[in-house]
Design a protein around this ligand. Structure first.
Ligand code: GLN
Ligand code: ZN
Length: 780
């Protein structure tokens, strides 16, 4: 018999909505193509919710979560729920809600779907400003992108959408105990942006709270058991007015009388810990994976009548939970929180793939170390049973123990040679042989490039022919020899076009690469790939991140033969193209049994070897892409230095094995560096190319003020749009750039890679770009 006094409940902050087989993605895309009616799309949504709730109930969770479903994005759902669709859309009252929703998400001009061309995804884009989609940006430090609410002093709120209440009713009709989930008012305002100078969006709070009050009233009337209110901003460095707004807000919301579970995740609460503990709510959820060090104080400080929900199962990663370790953490808390303890995943399971059951190709041992969303539900149940001393947990505990033990010692994970190399890394391994000035002189003497040299960022159009060849190779219809011949022909074509355009530094075009991380991960030891491990990135777009499970090494060269082939076709310098260690790390599921810094360094060493091999093969210019450096920044500013130290160290290790006359480039898909410019400079790339065209070069000013020492290629045109920029437009941008950066240090290139563009627009744009560079050369 369990002691009811110690009864423990289980729940999750949210579940992936895309579906086990990405049903939602395919339904959405058919709906957008006009092949599936809105009513049919709603059916797909209803069906997915029912299945996902059933999974939660069948796994023994005490509540199902309602409100985590969205056709595109949960923040966009709140924009409609709270009646604050931006006025700029000019929606008519009779326009169906779903069509307004997709207009905000995708813009109104037909081809306006967000373009994740560079892979970094955080781009707002549309040719028609009047109907541009809402901007997208990353949800905290995840790879999920939300649609950014827009606030003005005129923004008003009303309870404007029935969807949430309908979904609650749906779950209840299916017999579920319901916990409804909402994004909290302060986090909602924080996530939005304001385009009016000097306007503080926090001033909207007083207008917003009454609507939350109405929502809670409705949920209470529906008889939900709990309402989870997510306020992950409690894990950020909050300005004082935002911190102090919490107490009064929650005092008001708590008046409704429906039990509120305040949910925080992703980051330690630190100075907000006591605030979170004393807010007038019935329960607090905390992230026990990202901030285990705070659990004891929270268990002590949270008033005993409140529920403590401990996020003990990692919602951000795919590893099987070490259940014994989790139990050791939980046991002392059980005694302190008699009858008021819930177990949960650390955050919504949105950020992990759906189920391991579909992974039939993974080797059995690696597979035994993993747990995806569905398996994590089962882990919660096992933990609950174990804490209730229920023998039902024994088998699952034993299986878990075996898996954890095997992962700890498996030779798949631990390679002595990699460890030894890290251990004995010479002190100067992250330093180039000479200072930049000396290298610059050597490189100028070697390459004899004109002023304002022109280049591109790496990829050229991934044409239907290229995709078809790859698909047919993967199906086994095209032999390796034929596939490689086809790719070599694509490379030759790209080289010939670049020569015709008169570009100065050529690239091979990346035809052979599906994805800039997967391509390298597939060739490195220590990486595993799933068949169905999709995670929603935004809207209908999903990514399938590699899993870094073991020590990373490079069995053989990865890019040398392609690059050498490309170089053999031209007398111009051919730029080798690699993905950097931080980007590979950031866009993968990373092992949790050693610090990320160590994994980054292991990857860095493989890139270092590749760089050395390229140099050896006569490649004089090598680009190491690092578009993910900034997104790796910890949510708490106090942790930035530590991260930036190891991240820049890893980059430098990857780049520093070469001689002075070898030129290292790096590329990042943004230029918002003002607060980390010293570290960007410390990466010491000979040339950095960045995205600046959409800020009208404004973002370059920081580099100028900082006196950024090395060469820079500020992007002169936006590759996210098919529009062909004209020459004068680029000339104007280059003049602006020349006013802040010494012209002798400037390169001329697009914002990012061109893989999502077609050849016709690409060639026109580059022709104009080369002409613009010529015009500048005549002036400076
Ligand atoms: N070299 C890559 C490309 O051109 C860079 C992509 C990126 O910056 N995300 O596609
Ligand atoms: Zn880019």
């Amino acid at each position: 018999m369990t002691n009811t006094n110690k009864t423990i409940s289980t729940h999750i902050p949210g579940f992936p909505r895309i579906g086990a087989a990405r049903e939602l993605k395919f339904a959405l895309e058919r709906n957008w193509r006009g092949e599936l009616s809105d009513a049919e799309l709603e059916d797909v949504g209803r069906d997915l919710r029912a299945r996902h709730w059933a999974l939660q109930r069948d796994a023994g969770l005490d509540f199902v979560t309602v409100g985590d479903f969205a056709f595109y994005d949960q923040v966009a759902n709140h924009i409609q729920l709270l009646g604050c669709e931006p006025a700029r859309y000019g929606f008519q009252p009779d326009q169906p809600q779903l069509s307004r929703y997709f207009t905000m998400a995708r813009g109104r001009s037909g081809s306006a779907d967000h373009d994740a061309g560079c892979g970094c995804g955080a781009h707002d884009t549309d040719a028609l400003p009047a109907a541009a989609a809402l901007e997208m940006t990353k949800w905290f430090d995840t790879n999920y992108h939300y649609l950014v609410p827009e606030f003005t002093p005129e923004t008003a709120f009303t309870l404007a959408c029935e969807r949430l209440f309908d979904e609650v009713a749906e779950a209840q009709a299916l017999g579920h105990a319901v916990k409804a989930a909402l994004i909290g008012p302060l986090t909602f305002l924080w996530l939005g942006k304001t385009k009016t100078d000097g306007f503080d969006r926090l001033s909207l709070l007083d207008k917003l709270l009454p609507i939350y009050g109405q929502i809670l009233d409705r949920l209470k009337a529906q008889g939900v058991q709990w309402v989870q209110i997510d306020e992950p901003i409690l894990g950020l460095d909050l300005p004082a007015p935002w911190r102090s707004a919490f107490e009064n807000s929650y005092w008001q919301l708590n008046q409704v009388g429906v039990p509120l579970l305040l949910a925080t995740y992703f980051s330690p609460l630190e100075e907000n810990l006591s605030l979170a503990c004393r807010l007038p709510v019935a329960g607090l959820h905390v992230d026990g994976v990202r901030a285990p060090q705070e659990l004891t104080s929270i268990a002590d400080w949270l008033p005993v009548h409140k529920v403590l929900s401990v996020g003990i199962v990692d919602g951000r990663n795919i590893w099987r939970t070490d259940l014994d370790a989790a139990l050791a953490v939980l046991q002392p808390i059980v005694d302190k929180r008699a009858g008021k303890l819930w177990l949960s995943s650390s955050c919504s399971l949105l950020h992990v793939p759906f189920t391991l059951a579909a992974e039939t190709a993974l080797d059995a041992e690696t597979r035994s170390w993993l747990a995806f969303a569905t398996e994590k539900l089962a882990e919660l149940n096992t933990l609950k049973q174990a804490l209730h001393a229920d023998a039902g947990a024994d088998t699952a505990l034993a299986t878990s123990r075996t898996a954890i033990a095997s992962r700890r010692v498996s030779p798949r994970v631990h390679q002595q040679a990699v460890r030894d190399r890290l251990e004995h890394l010479p002190a100067g391994a992250d330093q180039r042989r000479a200072h930049f000035a000396e290298r610059q002189a050597a490189q100028r003497a070697r390459f004899q490039l004109p002023n304002f040299p022109t280049t591109t960022i790496g990829s050229f159009p991934q044409t239907p022919a290229i995709r078809a060849a790859r698909a047919s190779f993967k199906r086994g219809d095209l032999s390796l020899t034929d596939y490689e011949a086809a790719m070599r022909a694509e490379i030759a074509d790209a080289v010939q076009r670049q020569e015709a355009l008169g570009l100065d530094v050529l690239v091979h075009g990346e035809a052979e690469r599906n994805d800039m991380v997967e391509y390298f991960g597939e060739q490195l030891a220590g990486f595993a790939f799933t068949q169905h491990g999709w995670v929603q990135s935004y809207g209908s777009r999903c990514v399938k991140p590699p899993i870094i499970y073991g020590d990373v090494s490079r069995p053989q060269a990865m890019t040398v033969s392609w690059t050498v082939h490309a170089q053999s076709l031209t007398g111009k310098p051919m730029k080798g193209m690699l993905t950097g260690p931080i980007t590979i790390l950031q866009w993968s599921f990373v092992r949790d049994d050693q610090p990320r810094a160590r994994t980054a360094l292991q990857i860095a060493l493989t890139i270092r070897d590749e760089v050395a091999d390229l140099e050896q093969a006569g490649i004089g210019i090598i680009q190491i892409d690092e578009p993910a450096v900034r997104e790796g920044l910890p949510l708490r500013r106090s942790r930035w230095t530590e991260y930036l130290d190891w991240a820049t160290h890893a980059f430098r290790v990857s780049a520093s094995a070469v001689g002075n006359a070898t030129q290292i480039h790096t590329h990042m898909c943004y230029a918002e560096f003002n607060d980390i410019l010293p570290q960007i400079a410390a990466m010491d790339a000979d040339v950095i190319t960045i995205e600046t065209s959409r800020s009208d070069m404004e973002l370059l000013n920081g580099f100028g003020q900082f006196r950024y020492p090395n060469e820079i290629g500020p992007g002169v045109y936006d590759i996210h749009s098919p529009r062909v920029p004209d020459q004068q437009e680029m000339v104007r941008l280059l003049h602006k750039a020349s006013a802040v950066i010494p012209p002798a240090n400037l390169w001329v290139n697009p914002d990012c890679g061109l893989k999502t563009r077609g050849w016709a627009e690409t060639e026109s744009a580059l022709r104009n770009m080369v002409a613009a560079a010529h015009q500048l050369r005549a002036v400076y």
